[in-house]
Design a protein around this ligand. Structure first.
Ligand code: ADP
Length: 475
């Protein structure tokens, strides 16, 4: 595969021993990239920490100027970046282009937000003193990112870290290291010092995770991925009390009340459920539909889902690409088979996996205890649960260990407020199917994790507050 943008990462390619990157649409090997072992990553961390002081000493404006150049370079290369992202992740090219714009938006946002890392002056507790706070970068950081958003999950972490004055080392997922390496190359081209931000693909993710948690120079680890791995990292981080941000699994309810605009709700499901073939942590995992509109809603949804085109993400007009690999598609097929055996009706799709592809599927007759709605599906399957009233909807919605995103469709303002406040979730979208934006704090409660990415809060995750007591003022 030749490409102008891939030539930027020439040094990362290797012949036999590296991380193998496949195109899930056709199972072809795209590239092998150099795998970093623990010694290599340890040396990279040492170097990152060594250059951090200079970066921290720059003004926020100077850092912003460099970050903005990175933002421009990402956008200038957006077609090629999107093509490679689509090849390694399977997502439709249109969605990949959307992710490039979305991922870049974090770089621009935090370039600006870094200038607003204000401290405070607090009225003193005695006439003789004043109380101040300043905010300082946490130090050298590490990040571990997933394959479902090969770019945006990196910029969400790297941009605030760099804007705050930190250094950062990123371990990308095995499946999608190319997008990550290109981002790194563009960052260096923009003037971000090479040692300050490094991407370290590896075949030994668990060892690198353990290193991040045990290396004395790593002051913060930011992880996006499964709750299972998040718990492992949390236990490991206890060794050095490494500060953590965890963006973990979700089990998003998508609640449609009787007074909802059903057509809008169907479009919301298409965005929330079938984007990225259902492989996002904020994907609607369960559709909760009120009795009175259940049948009408399902009919509209099934008709709309039937229009989705499945195919290679690089082909024109494709809405649904392959899942990340054939194993994932087989897992999703297993969940649907189990649900069908338990009595659910397969209203569309459900025809089984073909390689990494799984068709857009709608299931009805689902009950709250079934594993299809207790587990994270991470595939293009929408299970529909019927409910009677507001109290039952809230009870079903909150009946999960997760608490990331929730969606509700209603035109009754009182109901919207009541339900929004009672949902035990970090994020609630009302009459909208997509809620991620650089301007808002993204993150969960319960076993969906801790910390927030995006907005001004995303910068705080990379800064410590220092309290200074100015005494002896002689008042
Ligand atoms: P996903 O379902 O998105 O693959 P994972 O939690 O398995 O979720 O993976 C997210 C990231 O965590 C990937 O970069 C993966 O390589 C990494 N990872 C997987 N296992 C571990 C581990 N034991 N320690 C550290 N990182 C890990």
């Amino acid at each position: 595969m030749t490409s102008h943008i891939l030539s930027l990462i020439n040094d990362s390619f290797c012949d036999a021993d590296g991380v193998a990157v496949y195109n899930p649409a056709n199972d072809q090997l795209i590239a092998r990239v150099k795998s970093h072992d623990s010694d290599m990553v340890s040396a990279i961390i040492d170097k990152a920490d060594a250059v951090r002081a200079d970066w921290q000493m720059k003004t926020a404006q100077q850092r912003a100027n460099i970050l903005r150049r990175w933002h421009e370079l990402i956008l200038l290369n957006s077609d090629e970046l999107a093509r490679i992202m689509s090849m390694e992740s399977g997502k439709p090219f249109r969605e990949a282009k959307g992710e490039v714009a979305y991922g870049a938006s974090y770089v621009e946002w935090f370039a600006e937000e870094g200038k607003r890392a204000y401290g405070e002056v607090i009225p003193g507790f005695s006439p003789n003193s004043r109380t101040l706070t300043i905010r300082q970068p946490v130090g050298t950081c590490a990040a571990i990112t997933p394959w479902n958003f090969p770019m945006a999950m990196i910029t969400r972490k790297v941009a605030p870290a760099l804007a705050a004055g930190c250094a950062i080392v990123v371990k990308p997922p095995e499946a999608t290291p190319l997008t990550a390496l290109i981002l790194e190359a563009l960052a260096h081209q923009a003037g971000i010092p090479a040692d300050l931000f490094r991407v370290t693909p590896t075949k030994t993710s668990s060892k690198i995770g353990a290193l991040f948690c045990s290396h004395p120079l790593i002051r913060k680890l930011s992880f996006t991925g499964s709750t299972h791995v998040g718990k492992i990292l949390m236990a490991q981080a206890a060794q050095q009390v490494t500060r953590l941000s965890l963006e973990l699994g979700g089990n998003a309810p998508f609640i449609v009340f009787e007074d909802a605009d059903l057509d809008a709700a169907v479009e919301g499901v298409i965005l929330s459920k079938y984007r990225n073939a259902g492989q996002t942590c904020v994907c609607a995992n369960r559709l909760l539909v009120q009795d009175g509109v259940h049948d009408a809603f399902v009919e509209k949804l099934v008709a709309r889902v039937g229009q989705l085109q499945m195919g290679d993400g690089l082909s024109e007009g494709v809405d649904l690409g392959p899942l990340i690999d054939a194993r994932e598609a087989a897992r999703v097929a297993g969940l649907v088979e189990e649900a069908a055996a338990a009595g659910c009706a397969v209203r569309t799709g459900g025809t089984g996996a073909q390689g990494a592809f799984y068709p857009a599927t709608v299931l009805t007759g689902v009950t709250r205890d079934m594993s299809i709605v207790q587990d994270e599906i991470f595939g293009p399957v929408a299970p529909v649960i019927r409910f009677k009233d507001e109290a039952e909807a809230i009870s079903i919605a909150n009946d999960t260990i997760y608490g990331l995103a929730a969606y509700l469709y209603s035109r009754d303002l009182g109901r919207v407020w009541r339900v929004m406040e009672k949902l035990e979730y970090g994020m609630v979208a009302i009459n909208e199917g997509i809620l991620s934006t650089e301007t808002a704090p993204f993150g969960g409660v319960k076993q969906s994790g801790m910390g927030r990415e995006g907005s001004r809060h995303g910068l705080s995750d990379y800064m410590n507050i220092k309290y200074a007591l100015m005494g002896g003022l002689g008042a």
